[in-house]
Design a protein around this ligand. Structure first.
Ligand SMILES: Nc1nc2c(ncn2[C@@H]2O[C@H](COP(=O)(O)OP(=O)(O)O)[C@@H](O)[C@H]2O)c(=O)[nH]1
Ligand SMILES: [Mg+2]
Ligand SMILES: [Zn+2]
Length: 293
């Protein structure tokens, strides 16, 4: 279960029992990579838009933007790119152009919570009944944006730490905010790892490359590395596809396939582990033994 989920509850006496997580109309996944686990982990569900947020300056990164875009297109929501902290950047136009070129089919804006730049455009996404999920690294201004949109201090911002004598810990906070007009916003905590976990997302993030591939190469098993009649080579020569986009597409697809294989391997491993436990249980050994697997 994740933030934004709708669930079916059943009343049992004074308690409620979670019966079912209702089907999600959209879901943004991150990649959980523990030493002994690798899986898709839902980070937010049932939103209409995904705001991919990067701070102008050091945080702005095209490669990371592409990864977020692939994951966002795959989520079922509509990606929107926000370059935040425009007030701190001398040349927002250049970065905005780069972002727009990268995010084909998505809107991109430079915004500032300090000067209010771009905020009118952002507000339009918060129509009554609409849900927006915010994704991006820690510190890019997600919570600040929520507060600006909500017009009140709904989220803690900055270094969200408090001390209560038992050491520092992150303050707990609500992650889905209902705005007065009925729009909702989901604030996700900064993601250290996220992953594009299906090739479909990569295809959606690179419609320019997909269009070239759709033309078809002379050989059905073309590797696009210099064969005659290759649509990709031709597009690269004509300049209708840039070398950078093509290289990034291949890289991301490669990475995605590796992740998919990794998840499949871990799934198989978990399945085998379960089978072994079942066998142990059948053979009547004590449950203590199960812990050894
Ligand atoms: N200059 C400037 N600082 C901002 C802006 N938005 C957020 N910040 C600051 O960036 C820091 C991190 O913001 P926060 O909203 O907590 O980021 P989050 O981790 O993505 O939720 C805070 O100190 C904010 O005051 C902005 O538009 N301009
Ligand atoms: Mg925050
Ligand atoms: Zn080819």
């Amino acid at each position: 279960m994740t933030v934004g989920d709708s669930v079916k509850l059943e009343r049992t006496g004074g308690d409620f029992l979670l019966r079912e997580i209702l089907p999600r109309r959209s879901c943004f996944y991150r990649l959980a990579v523990d030493p002994d686990d690798m899986r898709r982990q839902p980070a937010a569900a049932n939103f209409d838009y995904v705001f991919i947020m990067q701070a102008l300056g050091h945080d702005f990164n095209v490669g990371r933007l592409e990864r977020y875009l692939a994951a966002a297109w795959q989520s079922g929501g509509t990606p929107v790119v926000l370059l935040t902290k425009a007030d701190t950047c001398e040349n927002t136009a250049e970065a905005l152009l780069r972002a727009s070129e990268t995010a084909i089919g998505a809107e991109a804006y430079a915004v500032s919570a300090v000067t209010g730049e771009g905020m009118d455009a952002v507000r339009r996404y918060f129509a009554p009944g609409s849900t927006v999920a915010l994704v991006g690294s820690s510190g890019v201004g997600k919570s600040t944006l929520v507060n600006a949109i909500a017009g009140r201090h709904a989220m803690e911002t900055g270094e969200v730490r408090a001390s209560d004598g038992r050491g520092r810990h992150t303050t707990t906070y609500r992650r889905m905010i209902l705005l007065p007009n009925g729009a909702r916003v989901i604030d996700t905590p900064g993601m250290r790892s996220f992953g594009v976990t299906a090739a479909a997302g990569v295809a959606a993030a690179f419609p320019d490359v997909e269009a070239v591939m759709a033309k078809g190469c002379r050989f059905r098993d073309c590797t696009h590395s210099g064969e005659p009649g290759c649509a990709v080579s031709e597009a690269l020569k004509l300049g209708t596809l840039t070398r950078e986009r093509w290289e990034q597409y291949k890289k991301l697809l490669d990475e995605t396939e590796r992740i998919e294989r990794g998840i499949a391997r871990h799934d198989m491993f978990k399945e085998k582990k379960k089978e072994r436990r079942t066998k142990v249980r059948r053979s009547g050994k004590s449950t203590d033994d199960e812990e050894n697997f």
